[in-house]
Design a protein. Structure first.
Length: 90
């Protein structure tokens, strides 16, 4: 699965990559070079980030599922306990 980004996001990312190179490297990158570098990162490193995010979501969902019984638990066989406690008060 390749990671796709919108044209607007791609343009902003290319601009960011170019700025990074301007500020931290002696040679600036042109649009084509920055776009190619971005494409490489999306294809090569993007899946690592994506898979890690999916694993994080799975972990959080599993934790929530484990709490469902606590959140929605209903006491069982309560009629007679309630009935008897009302009779004792009367």
């Amino acid at each position: 699965m390749s990671i796709q980004i919108s044209e607007a996001v791609r343009k902003e990312a290319v601009t960011s990559v170019q700025r990074y190179f301007r500020e931290y490297f002696p040679e600036p990158l042109g649009n084509l070079e920055a776009d190619a570098l971005l494409a490489f990162f999306l294809q090569e490193i993007g899946p690592v980030v994506y898979n890690h995010a999916v694993a994080d979501v799975q972990e959080r969902l599993q934790a929530r599922v484990m709490e469902v019984d606590i959140e929605v638990h209903e006491a069982e066989f309560t009629y007679w306990r309630q009935h008897d406690s009302k009779r004792k008060k009367a």
